[in-house]
Design a protein around this ligand. Structure first.
Ligand SMILES: Cc1cc2nc3c(=O)[nH]c(=O)nc-3n(C[C@H](O)[C@H](O)[C@H](O)COP(=O)(O)O)c2cc1C
Length: 171
């Protein structure tokens, strides 16, 4: 059975917004709700079972401000039984030591609250030095790099969404 799914991203971003719109298109816009990350509330997190979260990395390895502001509330929540897949824009050439750190930071917070992270992707095909999003030979989400690998974004999104949809349909 299909879960109640929502995608959460900041409507004021440029590249993340475009990536989110592509994800929605591939997912099927009638099968996913859309929420602005800047207006995120506890009610939204309580309402859904499956979340696609956008976490672009800013400030040399940090979450964007709108996530930072919500984290204290998030940390108070019990997310057991809920699944989360995180995608994030980053720049592997410009910030090779902090590539897509925000994906890892958000994933850790969610796991500490009992939530399950899904949608891991292999590190193969990316060139970077270190990333908080890396666990073994995988990222704990989907890194997208419009600065250096824009031509790969559509394919990466397609593969990721197909895997996630397969998982939600199997349950
Ligand atoms: C000031 C600044 C700091 C950044 N820091 C990082 C970083 O630490 N790691 C990373 O992977 N990308 C970093 N980036 C790259 C952004 O994540 C990338 O440009 C992304 O596409 C921005 O997405 P947005 O337009 O949706 O906000 C940084 C960009 C800027 C301008």
């Amino acid at each position: 059975m299909s879960k109640k799914t929502v995608i959460i991203y900041s409507f004021h971003t440029r590249k993340s917004k475009k990536a989110a719109e592509k994800i929605i298109e591939v997912w099927g816009k009638d099968e996913i709700d859309v929420v602005n990350a800047e207006e995120l509330s506890r009610e939204v997190l309580e309402k859904y079972d499956f979340f696609l979260l956008s976490a672009p990395t800013w400030f040399d390895g940090e979450l964007p401000n709108y996530w930072d502001e919500f984290v204290p509330e998030l940390e108070e929540m019990d997310l057991q039984g809920k699944k989360f897949a995180v995608f994030g824009l980053g720049d592997q050439k410009g910030y090779p030591e902090n590539f897509c750190d925000a994906i890892g930071i958000l994933a850790e917070i969610i796991e500490n609250c009992g939530g399950e992270i899904t949608g891991f992707t292999p590190v193969e095909g990316y060139t970077f030095e270190s990333s908080r999003a890396q666990r073994g030979d995988q990222f704990v989400g989907l890194p997208l790099d419009q600065e250096n690998q824009a031509q790969m974004t559509a394919g990466r999104i397609k593969n990721w969404v197909e895997e996630l949809k397969k998982m939600t349909n199997d349950e």
